[in-house]
Design a protein around this ligand. Structure first.
Ligand code: G3P
Ligand code: MG
Length: 396
């Protein structure tokens, strides 16, 4: 009996299900010439290996990009469909492959590493920083230009965004709480709490000109923050310094103003959508216009901006390389699952991704159709994932 090929086949790591199938056929042909009980034993061994073989990373026919608030989580609550959806992507699907996915949120306020640890705990699946994008992650790609210059970072709790900014490489990142600690009369209607004061840095803003303002996350004290942004812009960077003419203020790159999240509203725990960073931007612009007669030019990142979707495309390609061991020539069909037509659907459509709008967040069909037409509308993220997998399976 010519069994040599058998032994080789068994020990050789089989890379593809097809590979396994092929070896099984070769083996059974070889063995038929020998004793049947041995055939059954080996056959059983191979099919056991077949069954136990973890889904192997082969170039998947599709990949997902998930929004977080209103899709996977609402406030502190994990949506039940989220765990079922992620289980499907981990291999529990008709294709028996792991389907890669990334998370893209307009949220933020802590480091990617910290947020991934929290998400891993909440969702019960390992979420890595290499598959995670939050509103300000894109600032990592522009930090070099501002590394040494004093900048103002806004949003989030206490000095969390300063720590995030430092982690990105912003070495002189100051908060509006620092400004208030420096001179409380900047905004006399607020008194720093002990907790706030404990996070402030001692800075003399009369001699520390600010060159740029980054709104990382949703501001907690709109009035203080609007006041300080106006102070920086109207005084050409030196808070409390003489005002410069509006035409000077508006000069290109005088003071860069960057917003990371354009969401007017988002969905948290409360029954109705909540005001987001985009609403803060509108509030600032309304005050600035009332003061100067014009709005202030700014850079916008976050979904649906092209910059964020281009950044996400790169993160997806890197993630596929990480999983597959090689960079696929083309990224498979991307399915964006989101609850906000203005950010998730509009951005995905513009990026030529497939878009799935769910009804567990901002979007409420009782107010009429979505202003941005999704590829598909689903009750929740689980239905969205099932629909996309079936669609790709029916294609292939
Ligand atoms: O502040 C976060 C909010 O604007 C939306 O977050 O996850 O729905 O993009 P997300
Ligand atoms: Mg959302």
């Amino acid at each position: 009996m010519s069994c040599v090929p058998t032994a080789l086949i068994l020990h050789k790591p089989v890379s593809h299900m097809n590979g396994l199938l092929r070896s099984q056929t070769i083996l059974s042909r070889n063995i038929v010439q020998g004793s049947s009980s041995r055939f059954t034993r080996i056959n059983r061994a191979i099919s056991r290996a077949f069954q136990n073989a973890a889904p192997t990373p082969r170039s998947p026919p599709l990949v997902f990009a998930f929004d977080i608030d209103g899709v996977l989580i609402r406030g502190s609550r994990v949506l039940p469909a989220a765990k079922r959806a992620l289980a499907m992507l981990e291999g529990d699907n008709p294709m028996r492959v792991k389907i890669p996915y990334i998370l893209i949120t307009n949220g933020g306020g802590s480091s990617e590493e910290d947020r991934c640890l929290r998400l891993t705990k909440q969702l019960g699946f390992d979420i890595k920083p290499t598959q995670f994008i939050q509103a300000h992650t894109i600032l990592k790609s522009i930090v070099e230009e501002y590394a040494e210059t004093p900048v103002l970072v806004l949003g989030g709790k206490y000095d969390m965004v300063r720590r995030v900014a430092k982690g990105y490489g912003f070495q002189k990142a100051y908060t509006t709480l620092d400004v208030h600690a420096w001179n409380p009369s900047v905004w006399p209607f607020h008194e720093l709490s002990d907790a706030e004061r404990a996070t402030t840095q001692h800075v003399d803003f009369a001699t520390t000109p600010i060159s740029a303002i980054f709104v990382f996350h949703d501001p907690r004290n709109w009035s203080l923050d609007v006041q300080v942004i106006c102070d920086v812009i109207q005084s050409g960077g030196v808070i409390g310094g003489p005002y410069i003419p509006v035409s000077e203020q508006l000069k290109e790159r005088k003071i860069d103003l960057v917003f990371c999240n354009p969401d007017l509203v988002w969905r948290g725990e409360f029954e109705r959508p909540r005001l987001g960073q985009g609403a803060f931007r509108e509030a600032f612009q309304a005050v600035y216009k009332a003061l100067t007669g014009t709005t202030y030019p700014y850079v916008q990142h976050g979904k649906p901006t092209e910059s964020t979707y281009k950044f996400a495309q790169k993160v997806l390609s890197d993630r596929l390389q990480e999983l597959l061991g090689h960079r696929p020539q083309n990224i498979p069909q991307v399915y964006m699952v989101g609850d906000n037509p203005e950010s998730d659907i509009a951005g995905a459509n513009a990026a030529k991704w497939s878009s799935i709008l769910v009804r567990t967040g901002v979007y409420d069909p009782s107010f009429g159709p979505s202003p941005h037409t999704p590829t598909y509308e689903a009750e929740d993220v689980e239905e969205a994932v099932k629909w996309a997998i079936n669609r790709e399976m029916s294609k292939s």
